[in-house]
Design a protein around this ligand. Structure first.
Ligand code: NAD
Length: 720
C-alpha cells in the first residue's frame, strides 16, 4: 500500500506494501504510486513532494515475477510495462513541484530509478543500506530511466561501470559518487533536510531539461552537456570502444544485457531525455523477453531465494539452531569453516593434532578479518568478538556440548573413522532433543561408508563445502539411506545460519557436483586425445561460459587426484582401465607433471609469469589434420556435463531440478545464462538436445547417448 499525507504543505508519499515482503514495483503498486503523485500534482496547496518508505528498505526494485510473467509474451506487453513506468517517473521530473527522495533504506533497480527521477536525494545513514542499478545481474537493464539519468547526473565514465556490473554501494560511497546528494543521521533529520531543500527550490529543473518558450512546459534539452564529456568526446569515444571490447571478452556474447546497456547509453545520450527514454525502453524489451533473462531470474534470483528459504528442508521438523560447532582438522577447509561459522556468531572449537596446528587454522580467520577491515568490509570493533568465538584445541574433551561436529581431517577413511568414534560421544543435545549431528566434509569418500564408524548413523550426514569456503556460496548436503530428516534439518539450518546456499543430494560416487564437474575435465582430455589443438579446447570452455578452460582446471584439481579417483573407480568397477582420464592422468603423474601445485601439468607455470600451455603437449597428442569448429568444442564440453546432470537427476542422486541447476552454477561454474545444467535442456529445446546427443554419441562415443527417460519426456513434450 502507498500512503499519502500532507505535512507543512508538502505531500509525503510513503511506500508500505503489505502484499509483498518488500516494497516492489508491480501491477499493484505502480497505479497506486501514480495516483498518489497525481493527487500531489493537482493539489495547488501542495508545494513539494517527499517520497519515502515506512518499511526497512526504500524500494527493492521491480517485481521479478511480473517480469517473468511477461517474458515469453509479445514484446508489446513488456514495452507497456517499461513505458508506463517511464511516463510516471518523467512526470515527477516535469511536474514543476520539487520532489525529494528520502531514502530510508536499500534502493535497488527500479527503486533507485524512482530516486533518480526525483530532483534531490537524501539518504539515511545506515550500514545496511545498499544503492544501485542491479538489473544486469539478472540479465536485464535498468528500464525506467536508469541508463539515461545516472550518466547524465554523474558522467558516462562513472556511471557505466556501476550499471554494467550491477554494483550495489553503501551510503558513503553513493554520496562520494554523486548517486545521492546528502546524508542524514536520523529519520527526523532526513525529513527535515528534504523539507528544507523543497523550501529552497520551489521551481526545480533537471539540468537535462529546459522550459519550452511556446508552451511554458518542461521538455528535454537537445544539446545537454554530460558531465565529464559527451559520447562523442575523446573520453566518450575511448570509453565506448575499449568498453565494448572488454565486455565481449568477458561475456563472450553469452549475456546480451551488458552490450545492450552500452548501446542504450551510447544512443540515448546523443538525444534529448524523452527520446532517450524511448530508446532505453526498446533495449529493455529486447533483454527482458530473452531466454537468458528468464533463466537468470528463475534460477539465480527466484530459485536461489527458494533454496535459501530452505526449499529442501523437511517441513515437519521444528527449527534447529547450532550454537556450538566442533571442527576436526584445522587445515585449509577446517579453518575456512571456522571463519564463516564465527562470522555468524557460532562458538567454534577448532581441533587439530596439536594446539599449534589449531592456532594456525585460527590465523586464517585473523588474516581474513584484517583484510576485511582494511577494505572497509568489516567493522573493526567486531573483530575481537569474532575471534573470541574460535577456540583452538588439541583436546577432544573440549568438544563437549557441541550440537554439530564437522570433520575436515585428511581424506583417509581410517582416520575419518577414528576421529568420528573419538568425537561423537562429545555431542550433546543442548538445544536439540534428537541429539547432536556429525557431518563429514569429505570430497570423495561415500558418506554411507564413513557412517559405518558412527554409533548413530541417523545423525551422520555429508556437509560438503567448497574451497575457498569464505567465497564459495554453496554447501552440498549428502544424505545416506539412514540419515534422518532431523539431521538434514540441522544441516540446512546451519548452512542458512552461515549464509550459504544448501543443495541436498543422495550419497553416491562423487555425489552430484564432483561427478558432473569431473566430466568437464574428462571431456577436455578426450578432445586432447582426439588431436584437438589445446588452445582451441581451452577457448571452447571459456567461450561456452565456463570460468576456466578444462585443461587449466584439471591442473588446478591436480592430475594425481584425478588418477587416484579414477583408479578407485576402476577398483569399484565403475570405470574401465582404458578410460581416457585415467590413462592421461597416469601418464602425466609418471612424467612428474601432476598440475599447478607441481608447477607442471598441461600447462607450464614459469615463476612470475602467466601460465602457458606445455610445449610438449602436442608431441604427446599430435594435432589432427582437421580441427573442429569452436562451436563443436563448446557443444562437446557443455553437453557432456549436462547429460551427466540428467543422469544424476534420473538416478535420484540430485533430488530436485532447482538443486541440480543451482549446484551446477555455484559449485563448478556451469554458465548461469543457461539456467543451470538441467535447465540447459529446456534452454536449447529437448528435441534439439536429444538429436545433438545422438549425433555426438555416433561421432565420439556412448558417453553422450541420451537416456531413455529423456526420450520419453521429449515424446510427451515435457519439460525436464
Ligand atoms: P588439509 O590437509 O589442509 O587439512 C587437514 C587437517 O587435518 C590438517 O591440519 C591435519 O593436521 C588435521 N588432522 C589430521 N589428523 C587429525 C586428527 N586426528 N584430529 C584433528 N585434526 C587432524 O586438508 P583440507 O584440504 O582442509 O581437506 C580436509 C577434508 O576436506 C578432506 O576430507 C578433503 O577431501 C575435504 N575437502 C577438501 C576440499 C579442498 O578443496 N581442499 C574441498 C572440499 C572438501
Amino acid at each position: 500500500m502507498i500512503k499519502y499525507s500532507v505535512d507543512q504543505n508538502v505531500a509525503i508519499i510513503s511506500w508500505e506494501m503489505t502484499s509483498t515482503p518488500m516494497n516492489v514495483l508491480n501491477d499493484e503498486s505502480i497505479p497506486q504510486f501514480e495516483a498518489a503523485l497525481q493527487q500531489a500534482f493537482t493539489d495547488d496547496s501542495v508545494k513539494g513532494i517527499i517520497i519515502t518508505s515506512a518499511k526497512p528498505e526504500f524500494v527493492a526494485g521491480a517485481d521479478l515475477k511480473m517480469i517473468l510473467r511477461n517474458n515469453d509474451k509479445e514484446p508489446a506487453q513488456m514495452l507497456k510495462v517499461s513505458s508506463e513506468l517511464n511516463r510516471v517517473f518523467r512526470r515527477i521530473e516535469t511536474s514543476g513541484k520539487p520532489t525529494v527522495a528520502a531514502i530510508n533504506g536499500t534502493a535497488l533497480g527500479g527503486g533507485y530509478e524512482i530516486c533518480l527521477a526525483c530532483h534531490y536525494r537524501v539518504v539515511l545513514n545506515n550500514p545496511k543500506t545498499l544503492i544501485g542499478l542491479v538489473e544486469v545481474t539478472i540479465g536485464l537493464l535498468p528500464g525506467a530511466g536508469g541508463t539515461q539519468r545516472l550518466p547524465r547526473m554523474i558522467g558516462i565514465q562513472a556511471a557505466l561501470p556501476l550499471i554494467l556490473e550491477g554494483k550495489k554501494v553503501g551510503v558513503q560511497e553513493a554520496k562520494k559518487l554523486g548517486m545521492v546528494d546528502d546524508i542524514a543521521d536520523s529519520p527526523a533529520e532526513m525529513l527535515a533536510k528534504a523539507h528544507a531543500w523543497i523550501a529552497a527550490n520551489p521551481n526545480p529543473l533537471k539540468p537535462w531539461d529546459e522550459i519550452d518558450r511556446k508552451t511554458g512546459k518542461i521538455v528535454g534539452k537537445d544539446n545537454f552537456k554530460v558531465p565529464g564529456g559527451n559520447v562523442q568526446s575523446i573520453v566518450g569515444v575511448q570509453t565506448f570502444s575499449a568498453g565494448t571490447a572488454m565486455l565481449m571478452d568477458k561475456t563472450k556474447g553469452n549475456y546480451p544485457a551488458p552490450l545492450e546497456i552500452m548501446a542504450c547509453v551510447y544512443e540515448g545520450l546523443q538525444v534529448n531525455i524523452d527520446r532517450a527514454l524511448a530508446i532505453e525502453a526498446r533495449h529493455f524489451v529486447k533483454v527482458a523477453t530473452s531466454k537468458v533473462a528468464r533463466n537468470l531470474i528463475q534460477t539465480m534470483f527466484l530459485g536461489m531465494n527458494e533454496a535459501n528459504k530452505g526449499a529442501s528442508r523437511p517441513k515437519d521438523i521444528p527449527k534447529t539452531d547450532v550454537k556450538k560447532l566442533g571442527i576436526l582438522g584445522a587445515g585449509m577447509m577446517g579453518a575456512g569453516i571456522a571463519y564463516v561459522a564465527a562470522q555468524a556468531g557460532i562458538e567454534v572449537i577448532l581441533k587439530d593434532v596439536s594446539v599449534e596446528a589449531a592456532e594456525k587454522g585460527k590465523d586464517y580467520s585473523r588474516s581474513l578479518l584484517k583484510k576485511g577491515v582494511e577494505r572497509g568490509k568489516i567493522d573493526p570493533l567486531k573483530v575481537d568478538g569474532i575471534l573470541n568465538l574460535i577456540q583452538p584445541s588439541a583436546n577432544v574433551q573440549d568438544l563437549q556440548g557441541c550440537d554439530l561436529i564437522i570433520e575436515a581431517v585428511f581424506e583417509n577413511r581410517d582416520l575419518k573413522a577414528q576421529v568420528t568414534k573419538e568425537a561423537e560421544p562429545m555431542l550433546v543435545a543442548t538445544n536439540n532433543p534428537a541429539g547432536g549431528v556429525f557431518g563429514s566434509n569429505t570430497s570423495t569418500l561415500p558418506i554411507s561408508g564413513l557412517a559405518q564408524a558412527s554409533a548413530n548413523p541417523a545423525n551422520f550426514i555429508g556437509i560438503h563445502f567448497f574451497s575457498p569456503v569464505d567465497k564459495m556460496m554453496l554447501v552440498e548436503i549428502i544424505m545416506t539411506k539412514q540419515t534422518s530428516d532431523y539431521a538434514l534439518a540441522v544441516a540446512i539450518d546451519f548452512t542458512r545460519k552461515i549464509r550459504k546456499t544448501p543443495i541436498v543430494v543422495n550419497d553416491s560416487r562423487g555425489f552430484y557436483t564432483s561427478r558432473c564437474f569431473g566430466t568437464y575435465s574428462s571431456e577436455g582430455m578426450e578432445l586432447l586425445k582426439d588431436g584437438v589443438n589445446p588452445i582451441l579446447i581451452e577457448n571452447g570452455g571459456k567461450d561456452a561460459g565456463m570460468p576456466v578452460g578444462p585443461l587449466a582446471v584439471t591442473d588446478e584439481v591436480s592430475l594425481d587426484l584425478v588418477y587416484k579417483i579414477a583408479g578407485q573407480g576402476i577398483k569399484d568397477g565403475f570405470l574401465s582401465e582404458d578410460d581416457t582420464s585415467y590413462q592421461i592422468a597416469k601418464q602425466f603423474v609418471n612424467l612428474g607433471r601432476s598440475g599447478k601445485k607441481a608447477k607442471a601439468g598441461f600447462y607450464d607455470y614459469p615463476e612470475g609469469e602467466p601460465k602457458q600451455i606445455w610445449s610438449g603437449l602436442t608431441d604427446l597428442f599430435p594435432l589432427a589434420d582437421q580441427q573442429p569448429s569452436l562451436d563443436e568444442v563448446k557443444t562437446r564440453l557443455l553437453y557432456r556435463q549436462v547429460i551427466e546432470a540428467v543422469r544424476c537427476f534420473e538416478e535420484n542422486v540430485v533430488r530436485t531440478k532447482l538443486d541440480a541447476d543451482l549446484g551446477s552454477i555455484l559449485a563448478w561454474g556451469f554458465p548461469a545464462y543457461t539456467g543451470g545444467a538441467l535447465s540447459f535442456v529446456d534452454f536449447v529445446g529437448i528435441d534439439t538436445f536429444i538429436k545433438t546427443c545422438d549425433r555426438l554419441a555416433e561421432q565420439y562415443g556412448e558417453r553422450f547417448r541420451p537416456t531413455a527417460k529423456l526420450r520419453e519426456r521429449a515424446e510427451q513434450q515435457e519439460l525436464v
